[in-house]
Design a binder for this molecule. Structure first.
Ligand code: NOJ
Length: 739
């Protein structure tokens, strides 16, 4: 059979117009031409190689492509690179099946947005969708068809570096955000050249790694799995996500890349997921050190039988699946299913109509860093920042101030500011530092600068200069935090303090300036222990790693052009010993009594309170919002009606601003214990100063469902407490009953 065989066969059978309609039949026609090894080839993904000028074909990759032993590639992009590779696949392999190019486009491709934990703090689904839409525009213009995002792992583990990649600790919010990412990446029509496949990862429970150590063991009951860790994945299926990635961790003794229960029983049978599952990077092979597979042949057998359709970088499918089928250890049906799903994705992308559809120099040259993308990145970075503390209205700063001392290793940084997984974001000069951002507001003679110290080095030689300029200035802005490599994959920490000698420098600056306003701008990828800093500085502005326009956005907030509106999606502990700490915990049989907090033999610590430093949902504004008492449409809910809860919110301060209004419910008694509160809705509203708005939430039986001890998704009659609040720190006062 000659190259482009699929074209001929498809056209022969269906004619051109019918071709556009029926992907399944087209896939069948192609598969009828494929050998078993060629079908296996579609389930194989390898990485692109690079030389100084960009991606190259590489000897091995070239060979595998021509043999029909590769269906997809990661880390190969650019119009030139993907064209060379695609040409080999389409023109030199026996059947000419196009390749799929995937890459980690996580929080932007060229234009980098805040890290995902930061994006989640915007609680702004429209903005999150826009960020992934822009990322898809830029990535697809460089030949990419597929992103390994969104990462939808719920995590309550700040030691785990990858908490930076998710949407925090809450189930409902993570699920809503997961859908927004999918909508942004995939759009409405995958065949358009500016939409890409999304990938829900890391399936599943990766965010619950023991002791926060990456890749570590996870043990949890099925109830917790279903109630907390699975819902965001299910949400992506509902949103039409095309691919899933299995994870590195084991779950209750079974690695998640060899877990038939999660991959076949839940994902395929319960959720009816039709797309394909890719392994994480060599995660199939890693079942050997896990002690779950004897050798790489065994790993390939388990991976495919359990439901992993594509092997990322492991070489085990290519090498072993054919023999395993011949020996009857893997059903050929599984290979056919996997191959069919992968080909279907290629059809949906339009690659069989035109394998070069994403390969267009003109688009590549004109798409990246478009001014409108940068403007969006600035807006989104500001919306993602969280004003944690603002004693005596230290912020905003009057731009007519005589002088400000900017101090810290991240003031002039244009590198770390992009955060981890910054895809092809330019770390050498494209990003706007906080210094540059502030320079839009201030004249050079108003700005003093000293680096003071490094993020990690124990070298105090810069302290004197920093202290000296701090004394000359009217106000001080410290820009400090973690390096970008201190969160993300394989970047777990046991210490949640601001790293290195930065905390010491903060103390020294306060000692030298007992009465001056000090603002701490923080860049970091996880909740930090700020117990000392809240006492030392006046204001703390959490900007995460805010991306390409991060410095400009930070300045917009510091000088009050934009009013902060972000709220935490993850709890900030008082110290690492409180971890895991999250708002929607269970109550225990011995909660601390409200009227007698010091009573003995209660579930407490003897050295710190149970409460965190900053709660889930916390975030200040330059204005104030007053919440009137909540009104329920009725206190009696039945299984067939819905009820509404509403509250009037008034902007009582001096600035216009956004407020994130949060609905919480507690199911008081259940056949299994229920969390002390659960987020069940939210709305971000804009109020001009003096303005009021009524926010209304509708509560239905679905709002109240959970998995019971028989793993039934159900709702139980009884009493429910309800509140609408500015954060998770409130006491319930209202009740409704369901019967
Ligand atoms: C390993 C990471 O866990 C995953 O998130 C990523 O998509 C792959 N490597 C590919 O880079």
């Amino acid at each position: 059979m000659s190259k482009y065989a699929w074209c001929l066969v498809v056209t022969m059978f269906y004619g051109i117009s019918a071709v556009a309609q029926n992907y399944e039949a087209k896939v069948d026609s192609i598969m009828s031409l494929m050998t078993l090894q060629e079908k296996i080839g579609q389930t194989v993904m390898y990485g692109g190689s690079w030389d100084q000028t960009g991606p190259i074909v590489g000897v091995d990759n070239g060979k595998y492509i021509i043999e029909g032993n590769m269906g997809a590639m990661l880390n190969a992009m650019s119009v030139k690179g993907t064209r060379d590779l695609q040409k080999l696949a389409v023109e030199e392999s026996r059947l000419g099946i196009p390749l799929l190019f995937g890459y980690d486009v996580i929080h932007g491709h060229r234009t980098i947005f805040p890290i995902n934990l930061g994006l989640s703090a915007s609680w702004d689904l429209k903005m999150i969708e826009e960020s992934s839409r822009i990322a898809a525009e830029e990535a697809s213009a460089e030949g990419l068809h597929w992103t390994f995002a969104p990462m939808v792992d719920v995590s309550r583990e700040p030691r785990w570096g990858r908490i930076s990649e998710g949407a925090g600790e809450d189930v409902y919010l993570s699920s809503e955000i997961a859908k927004a990412y999918v909508r942004g990446f995939q759009g409405d029509d995958l065949s358009l050249p500016n939409t890409i496949l999304a990938c829900a990862k890391h399936y599943v429970a990766y965010g619950a790694a023991q002791a926060g150590r990456d890749y570590h063991t996870v043990n949890m009951g099925e109830g917790e799995l279903r109630n907390v860790y699975l819902p965001p994945f299910k949400a992506t299926v509902d949103a039409g996500v095309e691919t899933f990635m299995s994870a590195f961790n084991e779950l209750n003794g079974v690695p998640t890349s060899g877990n038939k229960f999660t991959l076949r029983d839940i994902l395929r049978d319960e959720w009816n997921f039709k797309g394909f599952v890719v392994s994480d990077y060599t995660s199939i092979n890693e079942m050997i050190p896990h002690g779950f597979a004897k050798d790489s042949t065994d790993a390939a057998r388990i991976g495919m039988n359990s439901g992993v359709d594509m092997d990322m970088m492991g070489h085990v499918y290519r090498k072993h699946l054919k023999t395993l089928v011949e020996e009857g250890k893997v059903s050929e049906d599984y290979i056919n299913d996997a191959c069919r799903r992968i080909l279907l994705a290629k059809f949906k992308l339009g690659l069989f109509d035109n394998p070069y559809r994403y390969i267009d120099e003109e688009r590549e040259n004109t798409t990246k860093y478009k001014p409108e993308f940068l403007a969006k990145a600035r807006e989104i970075a500001a919306a993602s920042s969280v004003l944690l503390q603002n004693n005596n209205n230290a912020l905003p700063i009057d731009k007519n101030i005589k002088s400000i001392a900017f101090i810290g290793p991240l003031v002039k940084d244009e590198y770390d500011i992009l955060g981890n997984w910054a895809a092809k974001g330019d770390r050498n000069g494209k990003a706007v530092s906080v210094f540059e951002g502030a320079s839009e507001y201030l004249k050079p003679n108003q700005i003093l600068y000293a680096k003071g110290c490094d993020i990690l080095k124990e070298d105090e030689s810069g302290f004197n200069e920093a202290i000296s300029i701090s004394k000359q200035a009217d106000e001080i802005v410290l820009v400090m935090g973690e390096g970008h490599h201190m969160s993300g994959e394989a970047a777990s920490r046991t210490n949640l303090k601001i790293p290195g000698i930065q905390p010491r420098l903060i103390q020294k600056i306060r000692e030298a300036n007992p009465n001056k306003k000090i603002t701490l701008v923080l860049m970091n990828g996880r909740p930090l222990n700020l117990s000392e800093e809240i006492k030392t500085v006046d204001a703390i502005l959490e900007v995460w790693f805010p991306g390409t326009m991060g410095g400009a956005a930070t300045a917009d907030l510091l000088f009050g052009t934009v009013n902060p509106s972000g709220k935490l999606t993850v709890t900030f502990p008082r110290n690492v010993g409180q971890v895991p700490i999250y708002y929607n915990m269970k109550n225990t049989g011995r909660p601390i009594p409200e009227n007698n907090p010091n009573e003995d033999y209660k579930s407490n610590y003897i050295d710190v309170p149970n409460t965190p430093l900053f709660v889930f949902g916390h975030g200040l504004s330059y204005t104030k919002f007053a919440y009137a008492d909540l009104k329920l449409s009725t206190h009696q809910m039945t299984f067939s009606n819905t009820i509404t809860a509403s509250v009037e919110i008034t902007n009582t301060g001096n600035y216009d601003g956004y407020e994130i209004v949060q609905l919480y419910i507690r199911d008081k008694v259940g056949s299994v214990t229920r969390p002390v509160k659960e987020l069940k809705g939210f709305e971000k509203i804009f109020l001009k100063k003096g303005e009021s708005k009524v926010v209304t939430f509708t509560i239905s039986v679905d709002t109240l469902k959970f998995y019971n001890s028989e793993m039934k998704y159900t709702v139980e009659p009884g009493e429910f407490e309800i509140a609408i609040a500015p954060s998770s720190d409130f006491k319930f006062k209202h009740i409704f009953t369901l019967n």
